[in-house]
Ligand binder design. Structure first.
Ligand code: SF4
Length: 464
C-alpha cells in the first residue's frame, strides 16, 4: 500500500509535498520520494529508504526546485524492497520529463511486462508501475493526455496515479475507484492526495474526491477535467475505511472515524458480551470501533492496552526473541484495569492470528477473569490483489479455520466477528459500491495465475 501527494502552482511545492507525505506516513514506511518540476520542465528527484523524516532534510527540499511536485510513501512488501522500486519513477522521453507515483496494484502487470520485454523494452524495477511508464512512453498518440489514456486503458486492477509530463500534473483514478484520491486548493495552488489528512496539513480545503474513472490535468494550479475513463462497477476498498486510512480523514465521501464508530455499534448489536465489565481497543486503528461498541453496549471504555509508538520497522531483538516478544515490544497491558475483570477486546481485523494470540496471553497475564474478543470486520478469508499487502491465503487464519477453531487458538472465552452486511451498512453511502473480496472471495476482476498481492513481479526478475 502507498500514499501519494501532488501539488501544482505553488512556489514551495516540494516543501508542501514533504508535509503531505508526512501525513500519509501510515500508508507506507519502507521508502519515500519526491519529484519536483520547475517552470522550464526540468525535473529533480530525491528518494530513499525509511521514513519521510529520514529521507529528506531542509537542504534536500531546497534543492527540489519548482512549482509542481509529486511524492510517494511506500509500504513494506515481501519481495520488492530494492531501491529501484522506490517511487516516484522519473524518466526522460520524447515529450520531456515523465514521472509517476502509483497507489494500487495492477492485476495484469505480469502480462503487460512480458509484452513489453518481448517487444524490446528494458525494465529496471520489479514494480508493476514501471509498465505504465513504458506504455505511456511507447504510445504513438500525439499528446501526453492521449498517451496516458491509452496506457491506463491497458491496465487492469487498482490505480490512483499522479503523473507529471513537463510541469503539467495529471491525476487518474481507475474506473472501479479502489483507492481514494482527493483534490484540494491552497491559495491558487491545487493539491491531490490519497487522504484528506494530507490536505489538512498543508492548509488546503477539500474541493472534491475524484470520482472513479477521473482524469484530470492541472497546469499552474488550474484544473481541467478531461473525459473520464469508460465506466465500470464501483469497487471502493472497504478495508480503507475499516483499517487503512487515518481516522481523521475523509475518504469515499465519508468520515473514517464515524464509519469505524458505526462498525463498533453494529458489532455490539451482533456480538454482545453479556456480563462483561469493560471494553478496550487494540490501539490505534481499533479505537473508534471500541468506542462505538462501548457506547452501544453501555459499558465503560478503558485504555487497557498501551502501544509503544517508537517501535521502528527495523527494530532488532537484542536477546533471543520469545514467542510473544514482538507483541510485548509493541504493546503492554495496564494491570489495574484488567485484573479480575471480564473484558471485551475490540480489534479491527485478524490476519494471521499471531498478534491477537500474543495480546490475549498478555491480557490473561494481567489477570483478566474472562476475555471476549470482538472483531469489527468479517473473517479475512482471501488476499488482496488491489494494493493492500496481505499475506497469502495459506497464512490467513480465517481462510483455513472455523471461528470456533480460531477461538481455541486465541484462547479466549468468546470470539465474535461483525457480519459482512453489518460492515457494508456502516457506510453512510451505497453499500454496494465496495470491494469486499478479502472478506468474501468475490473478486471484482480476473485474477491471473501470476497476479501478486504486492505490486512486484518476482517471476520476471528471475527471468531477466
Ligand atoms: S480485496 Fe479487501 S483490501 Fe483489497 S481492495 Fe478489496 S476490500 Fe480492499
Amino acid at each position: 500500500m502507498c500514499g501519494i501527494f501532488g501539488i501544482s502552482g505553488h512556489p514551495e511545492a516540494s516543501h508542501l509535498t514533504y508535509l503531505g507525505l508526512y501525513a500519509l506516513q501510515h500508508r507506507g514506511q519502507e521508502a519515500a520520494g519526491i519529484v519536483s518540476v520547475d517552470d522550464a520542465g526540468v525535473a529533480r528527484a530525491h528518494k530513499g529508504s525509511g521514513l519521510v523524516s529520514d529521507v529528506f532534510n531542509e537542504e534536500i527540499l531546497n534543492s527540489l526546485e519548482g512549482t509542481t511536485a509529486i511524492g510517494h510513501t511506500r509500504y513494506s512488501t515481501a519481495g520488492g524492497s530494492a531501491a529501484v522500486n522506490t517511487q516516484p519513477f522519473l524518466v526522460r522521453y520524447r515529450v520531456g520529463t515523465l514521472s509517476i507515483a502509483h497507489n494500487g496494484n495492477l492485476t495484469n502487470a505480469g502480462a503487460l511486462r512480458r509484452g513489453l520485454i518481448e517487444s524490446g523494452s528494458l525494465l529496471q524495477s520489479t514494480a508493476d508501475t514501471e509498465a505504465l511508464i513504458h506504455l505511456i512512453a511507447r504510445s504513438e498518440q500525439p499528446t501526453p493526455e492521449a498517451q496516458i489514456r491509452e496506457a491506463v486503458l491497458k491496465a487492469e486492477g487498482a490505480y490512483s496515479l499522479l503523473i507529471t509530463v513537463g510541469r503539467v500534473l495529471y491525476a487518474v483514478v481507475d474506473a472501479r475507484g479502489f483507492r481514494p484520491l482527493l483534490l484540494g486548493k491552497v491559495g491558487d495552488a491545487t493539491v491531490v492526495a490519497s487522504e484528506s489528512c494530507a490536505l489538512d496539513i498543508v492548509g488546503a480545503r477539500i474541493v472534491c474526491e475524484l470520482e472513479p474513472g477521473s482524469f484530470v490535468r492541472i497546469d499552474g494550479g488550474r484544473v481541467a477535467y478531461l473525459d473520464p475513463l469508460p465506466p465500470k462497477p464501483l469497487k471502493r476498498c472497504v478495508f480503507e475505511l475499516v483499517y487503512f486510512s487515518r481516522p481523521d480523514s475523509q475518504v469515499f465521501g465519508e468520515s473514517v472515524n464515524l464509519f469505524r464508530r458505526t462498525l463498533g455499534r453494529r458489532l455490539a448489536q451482533e456480538q454482545p458480551a453479556p456480563g462483561a465489565d469493560c471494553v478496550f481497543s487494540v490501539p490505534d486503528s481499533s479505537n473508534a470501533a471500541a468506542l462505538g461498541y462501548a457506547e452501544e453496549a453501555g459499558l465503560p471504555l478503558e485504555h487497557a492496552l498501551i502501544r509503544n509508538h517508537y517501535v521502528g520497522r527495523t527494530f532488532i531483538h537484542p536477546v533471543p526473541a520469545g514467542r510473544d516478544a514482538k507483541v510485548k515490544i509493541k504493546y503492554n497491558a495496564v494491570r489495574e484495569i484488567i485484573a479480575g475483570r471480564s473484558v471485551v477486546v475490540v480489534d479491527d481485523s485478524i490476519v494471521r492470528g499471531t498478534t491477537s494470540r500474543g495480546l490475549v496471553a498478555m491480557i490473561r497475564q494481567a489477570g483478566a477473569r474472562e476475555v471476549h474478543f470482538r472483531v469489527a470486520s468479517p473473517p479475512t478469508v482471501g488476499p488482496c490483489y488491489y494494493g493492500i499487502d496481505t499475506p497469502t491465503r495459506e497464512e490467513l487464519i480465517a481462510a483455513n479455520h472455523t471461528v470456533e477453531e480460531i477461538r481455541r487458538y486465541l484462547a479466549v472465552d468468546s470470539l465474535g466477528y461483525l457480519s459482512r452486511e453489518g460492515m457494508l451498512h456502516a457506510s453512510a453511502g451505497d453499500p454496494d459500491r465496495f470491494c469486499h473480496a478479502c472478506f468474501s472471495n468475490q473478486y471484482p476482476t480476473d485474477i491471473p495465475a501470476d497476479a501478486t498481492t504486492s505490486g512486484y513481479v518476482a517471476e520476471l526478475v528471475r527471468s531477466i
